[in-house]
Design a protein around this ligand. Structure first.
Ligand code: DP6
Length: 322
């Protein structure tokens, strides 16, 4: 019997960063993190368990995927098959409605959508925490994409938890997409390298929970003036630990620094906006909706910025009826 399900999940950007694992085998994070789910970055994934298939197949935007990305998908499918008592192989089709080629993180929305679709297709009726735990085992940031709005993932936690809906604290995110350079080191590898070679990793482990606490309290108090500086500090602390790895992990491109500088200039002129960067050269800027358009136009003019995406907070992941 063929069994099919389809689901949508939105990407998220961490305001308090996760970098490093407490347990690499189970993929439990070493530090707590807190993110904002983004409406404009969406992945739609369908899963078909089909007795006629002899191996799992995975396509991303119509292109067949093999190697390590396929192996990560198969691992998640194996966990679902074990839980549901299903033996059939699956055809997985995933589409991002944002440019994957631009190197924007898609593993978060990708694994969240896959965990949603695969569990439903296998006949399970999973709760969102159970889907979040499954997604987390594949990619920790994906645990957070199961929920909309502001979402936390505690250190060593199995699953993420909702902090508050996006509408409770309506901020927007501008994503300044920088001209893509050579492919950046994948985050799983980058954090392993930082853990084993950076003398600043222990300082990061010590500081990250405090910054997370500041970010969380600011979100709970809807206090943008307190949130922004803590968000920048979290990103820069994380990048400091990467820069001190040997060899150094430098995710910044020249345009990354230009955007950071422009955001600081925007603040000096009285505006309120704060940047964050992940394991890539793009810069995400947290801004109040009233200032978003003006800053979007300014960032788009910068040399090396190929486009600027603008997004409000996104919803929980959901199933789409066929
Ligand atoms: C810099 O979730 O991609 O985006 O668990 O190894 O798949 P794995 O890592 P991943 O790492 C995300 C790192 C980050 C910060 C964050 O999203 O918290």
């Amino acid at each position: 019997m063929k069994r099919f399900a389809k689901a949508v999940a939105h990407s998220n950007i961490a305001l308090a960063k996760y970098w490093g694992k407490a347990d690499a085998l189970r993929n439990l994070t070493a530090v707590p993190s807190l993110s904002l789910t983004l409406a404009a970055l969406r992945t739609t994934t369908s899963v078909l368990f089909d007795p006629a298939l002899d191996s799992d197949q995975f396509s991303l935007s119509g292109e067949a995927v093999s190697g390590r990305p396929l192996a990560r998908v198969v691992k998640l499918l194996d966990a679902v098959r074990a839980a549901a008592g299903v033996v059939d192989r699956a055809r997985v089709e995933s589409v991002n409605d944002f440019p994957t080629a631009a190197g924007l993180a898609s593993s978060a929305s990708g694994f969240a959508a896959l965990a949603m679709a695969a569990t439903r297709a296998a006949g399970l009726e999973p709760s969102l925490p159970a889907v979040s735990a499954l997604a987390r085992a594949a990619s920790a940031s994906a645990a957070r994409s199961v929920y909309g709005g502001y979402v936390a993932l505690d250190a060593r936690a199995e699953c993420a938890e909702r902090v508050c809906a996006g509408s409770a604290f309506p901020l927007e995110m501008l994503v300044a997409v920088t001209v893509s350079g050579p492919k950046a080191t994948a985050s799983t590898d980058g954090m392993g390298h930082t853990q084993s070679t950076s003398p600043y990793y222990s300082a990061w482990l010590e500081a990250a929970p405090h910054v997370y606490g500041e970010v969380r309290r600011a979100v709970e108090a809807r206090d943008f003036a307190a949130l922004g500086p803590a968000v920048e500090h979290s990103a820069l602390l994380m990048h400091a630990s990467m820069l001190a790895a040997r060899p150094a992990l430098i995710y910044f491109a020249p345009a990354t620094l230009r955007v950071m500088d422009r955001v600081r200039g925007f603040r000096q002129a009285g505006g309120r906006a704060f940047f964050t960067m992940d394991a890539g050269p793009h810069v995400k800027v947290l801004v109040e909706p009233s200032a978003a358009r003006e800053l979007e136009l300014e960032l788009a003019k910068l040399e090396g910025v190929s486009s600027v995406l603008r997004s409000a907070a996104g919803p929980d992941a959901y199933w789409v009826e066929p």
